[in-house]
Design a protein around this ligand. Structure first.
Ligand code: NAD
Length: 332
């Protein structure tokens, strides 16, 4: 299999390294509009080929898969052109700038029998997969809330706000963990320096008793990567900044009874043990590369396929609309 990586800025070289070491990948060819980026890739990864144009990649019939790691504004056009040439496509998050574009790519991939995958890297993270096992096993109970914070002094992006940049991580983790989709979104955000919001608070409502919130910011003095998941039985804390024990399971919660004669609720706290489960530590991006290759080989849909990408774009689009309308609740 021959794989092309388009865009070798910050993230593209990580994809290049992981595809280059995959046993089923014979060769990797990179393309970037900036020559110096290609020169650096050649220096860092001996044996990697480079192309002089995207057209050269599209015309090369020996290239089976195209990986798009350019800024969001070019994802749709690059992916569409590759799918039209019947090449399998892996797109970086967020998949596209609109649900309409995402749906068009899904249809085109279907029509041309191509794999279409989105790099929701955290879905391939051992800690996230462990949390999914715990939730599926019912150990956590019914999920009452999902609360994520992803803030630091982040890199201001040139074409998107902080919601489109950072929230895809937390929303794709949520989409993978909870067996349900939100029914409405309300978001507020603020831009202090540029036209794009640099801080935002996104709330998602579900049809049942569950609520989710994602706080993203490029303006925090410290780096926080923390998700709290509250269940009716137990609660999970996932702190990605912890070197060890990134996931902690707390046997804590509340039990509520109603005292009918006084029409008052009685809340009792359950303070049980905490434990930190072990999980697999394979590099998530190696698992992403493997899933793309295996889905092509087996002619099956990848775990994070176009529809998974579209689910996230639908929420981001609604959040953007809500931000423009000062937190208006937007139905999904
Ligand atoms: N999955 C993750 O954890 C993760 C992490 C970081 C970035 N990303 C995603 O990866 C993508 C790229 O982000 P980045 O931080 O590497 O950006 P970047 O700006 O550092 O690099 C993008 C590269 O793409 C090149 N480029 C732009 N338009 C092009 C085109 N039409 N053809 C060829 N090359 C082109 C640029 O010259 C640049 O070198 C974004 O979609 C981003 O959201 C994902």
């Amino acid at each position: 299999m021959k794989i092309a990586i388009i865009g070798v800025g910050y993230w593209g070289p990580n994809l290049t390294r992981n595809f280059a070491k995959h046993p089923d990948v014979e060769s990797v060819v990179c393309f970037d509009l900036k020559k110096e980026r290609l020169e650096r890739v050649v220096k860092d990864f001996p044996g990697i080929d480079v192309a002089s144009s995207y057209d050269q990649i599209l015309r090369d019939k020996t290239i089976n898969g195209v990986v798009i790691a350019t800024p969001l504004s070019s994802h749709f056009e690059l992916a569409k052109a590759a799918l039209e040439q019947k090449k399998h496509v892996l797109i970086e998050k967020p998949m596209t700038g609109s649900t309409q574009e995402a749906a068009e790519l899904i249809d085109l991939a279907e029509k041309n029998s191509c794999a279409l995958m989105v790099d929701h890297t955290f879905v391939y993270n051992g800690a996230v997969q462990k949390m999914r096992d715990l939730i599926d096993s019912k150990e956590i109970g019914d999920i009452l809330y999902y609360d994520a914070v992803r803030v630091n002094l982040g890199l201001f992006q040139g074409d998107i706000n902080v919601v489109w940049d950072l929230a895809p991580h937390d929303i794709s983790i949520m989409d993978f963990l909870l067996n349900k989709k939100p029914v409405a979104v309300s978001a507020v955000g603020w831009s202090h320096y540029d036209k794009y919001e640099d801080i935002a608070y996104v709330t998602m409502f579900f049809a049942d008793n569950c609520i989710a919130h994602v706080h993203v910011s490029w303006l925090a003095p410290v780096k926080v990567r923390r998700i709290l998941i509250g269940g009716s039985n137990k609660m999970i804390v996932y702190d990605d900044m912890e070197a060890f024990e990134k996931i902690k399971i707390y046997d804590k919660g509340v039990e509520v009874t109603t005292k009918e004669e006084v029409d008052k609720i009685l809340v009792q706290y359950r303070m049980g043990d905490m434990y930190a489960p072990k999980f697999g530590t394979t590099e998530p991006l190696a698992a992403v590369a493997n899933e793309f290759v295996e889905s092509i080989n087996a002619r099956r849909k990848p775990l994070t396929d176009g529809v998974a990408g579209l689910n996230i774009i639908r929420i981001l689009e609604a959040a953007e609309k809500s931000i423009k309308n000062k937190g208006l609740v937007v139905e999904l």
